[in-house]
Design a protein around this ligand. Structure first.
Ligand SMILES: NC(=O)c1ccc[n+]([C@@H]2O[C@H](COP(=O)([O-])OP(=O)(O)OC[C@H]3O[C@@H](n4cnc5c(N)ncnc54)[C@H](O)[C@@H]3O)[C@@H](O)[C@H]2O)c1
Length: 301
């Protein structure tokens, strides 16, 4: 949004789910890029005042704040509901003009263990397999109710495993790269045949920007890469990029994990003009380039 010349307000409470120093560094990069066009508000989406202050004067609200991560949500489901569900409702409630568009960062996890591949927006989302997935589905429903009551344009975007520079440190690609470089055991779940639709962050960002431009009515769209990579293939590709061999720690399948995710992106292509242009090979190369620079600079392990 900054690159397109927009003024951007960022609201984030710098939650300690991962090291807030990483978030501060990311914010410093945005601030350097945007100058006066980029304003940061440190605050919690569960606070009506914080939301009101941050969105004042904005014509679009892009709601990405959340507790992310499937497995931690099984350990602390109540906190996930407070932030992802109540926080979403508090934020929606502070929108006081019908002209303001709302874009919600949803998740492919709502499809649960959908058997039909690729996953389409009309597929069942009745069986989320983790509190995180249930909280993201609840967020979608709150968005739909908000649109029904107030008429604002609302777009729900279901992201499929996002990766690339600045990826969260506990996500698979980042965690695996760290294990490979440090020679520590890489947690390898099941037989390595679980498959994910990995989507490069710039493709997601361009999808979000398109949703802001094209938003009208209420719509739900998948943003994915529409191709799948197995866990085994992913580890091999990272080993090749980093020039080191992984030490595998074999573990059973995990609770809450789904066997496959794969996006049907035809609706987003048709209505938003969305295109996923980055191959996993290219995206992993760009992730590894970034990771090695950050590691050398001492900002990542
Ligand atoms: N990364 C993925 O693969 C992926 C996939 C599907 C959906 N998503 C969704 O995309 C969004 C961004 O995810 P991400 O991977 O960048 O995670 P992230 O943790 O890096 O970003 C979420 C941000 O929300 C902030 N936050 C948490 N609780 C808050 C609160 N109470 N008030 C204000 N800010 C708060 C955190 O500090 C963090 O900076 C999330 O909504 C997530 O559910 C991500």
């Amino acid at each position: 949004m900054l690159a397109a010349g927009s003024q951007v307000h960022i609201l984030d409470n710098l939650d300690a789910f991962y090291d807030p120093a990483i978030k501060r560094h990311n914010l410093a990069l945005l601030s350097a890029q945007g100058g006066a066009d980029c304003q940061f508000f440190e605050g919690d989406i569960r606070s009506a005042d914080a939301c009101k202050t941050a969105i004042r004067g904005c014509d679009s609200v892009i709601h990405l704040a959340a507790l992310a991560g499937v497995r931690p949500s099984i350990v602390d489901p109540v906190r996930y509901m407070e932030v992802n569900v109540t926080g979403t409702q508090v934020l929606l409630q502070q929108i006081d003009s019908k002209q303001v568009q709302f874009v919600f960062g949803g998740s492919s996890s709502v499809y649960g263990s959908n058997k039909k591949v690729p996953f389409a927006e009309c597929d069942s989302v009745e069986n989320p397999m983790s509190p995180y997935a249930a909280s993201k589905r609840a967020g979608e429903l709150l968005c739909s109710t908000f649109h029904h009551l107030h008429g604002n344009p609302v777009v729900v975007l279901r992201f499929f495993t996002v990766y690339g520079p600045r990826q969260r440190p506990e996500m698979a690609i980042h965690l695996f790269a760290r294990s490979i470089k440090n020679g520590t055991p890489l947690p390898f779940y099941g037989d390595g045949e679980t498959r994910r639709d990995y989507t490069f962050v710039e493709d997601i960002a361009s999808g979000v920007a398109l949703a802001v431009t094209k938003a009208k009515g209420f719509g739900i769209y998948n943003l994915g890469g529409s191709a799948t990579t197995s866990l085994r293939e992913l580890v091999a590709a990272l080993e090749a990029q980093l020039g080191q061999t992984a030490v595998l720690r074999r573990l059973p399948d995990q609770a809450g994990d789904v066997p496959i995710t794969c996006a049907d992106i035809r609706l987003a292509e048709r209505d938003l003009g969305y295109r996923c242009t980055t191959t996993v090979q290219e995206g992993l190369r760009r992730f590894c380039d970034w990771y090695l620079i950050e590691r050398t600079a001492g900002r990542l392990q």
